[in-house]
Design a protein around this ligand. Sequence first.
Ligand code: HPA
Length: 279
Amino acid sequence: MTDEFLTRADYTAAAQFIAARTQHRPTTALILGSGLNPLADEIAHADVIPYREIPGFPVSTVEGHAGELVIGALSGQTVIALRGRAHYYEGYSIQRVTLPIRTLHALGVRTLIVTNAAGGVNPDFVPGDLMLITDHINLVGMAGLNPLRGPNDTTLGPRFPDMSAAYDPELRELARAIARVHGIALREGVYIFLAGPSFETPADVRFIRLIGADAVGMSTVPEVTTARHSGMRVLGISLISNSLTRGQEQVSHEEVLAAGKAAVPKLAALIKDVLARAS
Ligand code: HPA
């Protein structure tokens, strides 16, 4: 399915369903990518809602993506974690993939922390590294598959949203400072979105490196584009689960999940302190 145009009614239906199932009123959301689900285990007084119960919510079919909302308290903030996400390659329209973002906005979320597992394209990166996303390349969007394609409801955001600072400079600075305190070597770079699900050929890797990518993945960019459209502040962190340039040609989903698991403690430490200090 290439396009389906959703409206405010779709987002409010999902948001009203969620609001009726919890007393918490979250203002910050965490999207937890492949293998990074355990981060949600630390949320206190949690209400858990499976995606399949929420009207219109896309349900991930991929292993490592649990498919539930976890809403509660973390580091003094009321948060809503998305344990797992749906991807375009699963067959959902790009508008359906990003329905959760507008639903979060309708719920009152104004800060989005997005995580993912990504392949390292910068030759300095090694598996297990964390990369602060400084910017992204919306290769799929440039080809026409932008989640904002279609009628624009100006009550949701502008027709032509600015993307010059998609990843909030203040939150980036905060993440850097916290990484220094914890002794976490935080890499920085540009994330490129490819539709997947096949991994990259060596020629694909040379091409995306040439055009400025440091890491590649199959998510995040549609979510961030939609979040910026609605005016949310965004912090993005990639876990480099594998290197595409260090003579390691073959990638497996198992390897991606294992790297995610191993990186959970340092990612959790970073995110918890960002939450504690973000205003
Ligand atoms: N390519 C694309 N997406 C990914 C990769 C990769 O090598 N690793 C994790 N997600």
